[in-house]
Design a protein around this ligand. Sequence first.
Ligand code: DGL
Length: 271
Amino acid sequence: MDNRPVGVFDSGIGGLTAVREIFRILPREDIIYFGDTGRVPYGSRSRETILKYTRQDIRFLRTFDIKAIVVACGTVSTAALDVISGEYDIPLIGVARAAAVRAAKLTKNRRVGLIGTEASIRSGAYERMLSQYSPDAEIMAVACPLFVPLVENGRFRAGDAVVEAVAAEYLEPLRAWGPDVLILGCTHYPLLREVIAGIMGSGVELVDSGAEAAENLQRVLTITEKLSGEEKAGEAGFFVSDSVESFSKNAAMFLGSEFRGKVEKVEIENF
Ligand code: DGL
């Protein structure tokens, strides 16, 4: 039993897709969330910069006495986690491996689609992971750089003409290729689920990488006997590196009634 909070971070609001799942399956865990909203997106940056930002984000989270970290960012999970995971003495749970495992289990026709940020796709990490769990599966990967800025600006609803047009351009070649599974390799993308599902069609299973990471957290905490022993519902503290107001508005919209805890601003460059 370990009542310390779990740290969760992302470049922005997308990591809340993982938080929502943690609230759902581990309702007694306390969470400290950091969204680097002042420096989002990470996905169009160099690996060096992503590594620098990642170390700063973790340094900030470790100012709290946390028991594990969920790296709720596909970009960090694919472009930085292999380098930094040895640097810390608490578990770092990324979103990519868990999603690759799920995709390997789900695919029947051995065609797996992948969408993610430019850095994630460039890293080739998903291909490497998928080949471990499903060696004969083919993967078609498409970078969708405009998705993160759209979501950060609250533009993700089905029927939004701009969102639909951008999504159709990215996804049409994928749909035509005929995968039966599509990995949402960036934690911002579940907000676009309806739009993406509308284009891909009902025969394509969408794998939510944040939700898979939440399940992985549950497994890790269970195996290491570090689940919270609290009777009451867990609490969350939210920290951002840019406007508190805009994060609060979008987080509330996204987490709905689950949204609890206050939001504070952090000078992340000081870490
Ligand atoms: N949610 C992040 C991810 O999963 C967004 C990346 C970005 O900031 O570009 O990749």
